[in-house]
Design a binder for this molecule. Structure first.
Ligand code: FES
Length: 117
């Protein structure tokens, strides 16, 4: 079994983080209502500034609804499949430095497993 910080041999990126930026027009909870765009923009800038961006390293991507809206804003890191929720830029900094940079899961920001739409 591979360690969590070891990418699959064929991976183009070592890690991929997807941010839901969806806004649900129905008035239901959605990540866009909780400043998801700001978290995404900050993550992208921090990954680039840290020299983590690019092939063999990290890719930061926008996503549509990931169907876990009640915990929004949410982001998920692959290949580990670790789900996060965040409040501010300091939270994003911690995800970038610990998980994207060193492969260490940020326990305090984990999205509880039972959170769905
Ligand atoms: S709106 Fe973000 S997970 Fe659904």
């Amino acid at each position: 079994m591979r360690a969590m910080s070891t990418p699959a041999p064929s991976s183009y990126y070592q890690r991929h983080i997807f941010f839901c930026l969806n806004e649900r027009k129905s008035g239901e909870e959605s990540c866009a209502r909780h400043d998801a765009q700001r978290g995404f923009d900050h993550c992208k800038a921090r990954v680039k500034a840290a020299g983590l961006a690019g092939p063999g390293k990290v890719r930061v991507n926008k996503a549509g609804c990931l169907d876990r809206c009640a915990g929004g804003p949410v982001a998920v890191v692959y290949p580990e499949g670790v789900w996060y929720t965040f409040v501010d830029e300091a939270d994003i900094d911690e995800i970038v430095e610990a998980h994207l940079g060193r492969g260490e899961v940020v326990q305090r920001l984990l999205l509880p497993p039972n959170v769905g739409r």
